[in-house]
Design a protein. Structure first.
Length: 276
């Protein structure tokens, strides 16, 4: 078979199955894996980027190949509030129970209160067609509390579901400046625990409550100083991006006269240590 390439992108190098890689058109680095590849058989593959809509396909060894490239939407306007269909999805989700509780217990997480912004859906559809249980977190603006997006994690009773990616934010919605309030605002009296991921935040909660999830390192680093929170306990992911983001946020709060601590382990993320 002759390698078929688009922007030096070769679909023939991938084995049968699902893959997640860096998009050749809008990729921002090795960890930015927005291109989903599905290989059903030798000579039958499709690729699609969830951000810029780069798309290509491979049909068979004999048929001519024509790549389809859609222009990157670098200036796409994203919603800053939940769309009606997303709000309906959130209202369709349930308080934590069943598989969701089993999953969190398998990760040795503290179970958050029912009035926090973490629920679950027993049969949520994934873009690949997979249907299964998922944790669903409501992303709200850190300062205003306005609903912005939903964060979905497909799970089983003992771990993440075998689907790529197993965690996704809603398309067309911004999450910049947003957090998942695992405990309600009323629980935040003076101090707040903060981590990137839901599971890490719920592991931090063994030692420091209440705790919220900031979703990503870039988002964590950009969170503003807000009133009513005098102290931050930041659990950094054990990688360069995570540690730098945690220290940047702590510096922002120090300059505002607030207290902030950064905790991390060179042995791994906090939840990885809890679950070991």
């Amino acid at each position: 078979m002759t390698p078929l390439q688009t922007n030096q992108f070769d679909l023939t190098q991938y084995d049968i199955g699902e893959h997640r890689v860096t998009c050749p058109q809008c990729g921002r680095g090795g960890r930015d894996k927005t291109l989903g590849i599905s290989v059903k058989a030798l000579g039958d593959a499709v690729a699609h980027c969830f951000r810029c809509e780069f798309a290509s396909g491979l049909r068979d060894r004999q048929r001519a190949y024509t790549p389809v490239i859609k222009p990157a939407r670098h200036h796409e306007t994203k919603r800053k509030t939940l769309a009606l269909w997303a709000d309906a999805l959130w209202r369709d989700c349930r308080p934590l129970s069943g598989v969701a509780l089993d999953y969190l217990k398998s990760r040795r997480c503290v179970i958050p209160p029912t009035d926090g912004d973490l629920r679950w859906h027993p049969a949520l559809k994934h873009p690949t067609g997979h249907v299964g249980p998922a944790l669903v977190g409501l992303v709200t603006h850190f300062a205003t509390g306005v609903p912005m997006s939903l964060h979905r994690t497909w799970i089983t009773a003992t771990g993440k579901a075998d689907v790529t990616p197993n965690r996704m934010l809603l398309g067309g919605h911004t999450a910049k400046g947003g957090v998942i309030r695992l405990w309600p605002d009323e629980a935040v009296t003076q101090g707040l625990g903060l981590a990137e991921g839901i599971e890490t935040a719920l592991s931090l909660a063994h030692a420091y409550q209440p705790a919220w999830a900031a979703i990503s390192a870039g988002n964590m680093a950009s969170l503003p100083v807000v009133g009513g929170i005098e102290c931050l306990m930041i659990a950094a992911d054990a990688d360069t991006a995570g540690i730098e983001a945690a220290h940047k946020l702590a510096d922002t709060w120090h300059k505002a006269g607030r207290t902030a601590f950064v905790a991390y382990s060179e042995r791994g993320d906090l939840n990885d240590l809890e679950a070991a």
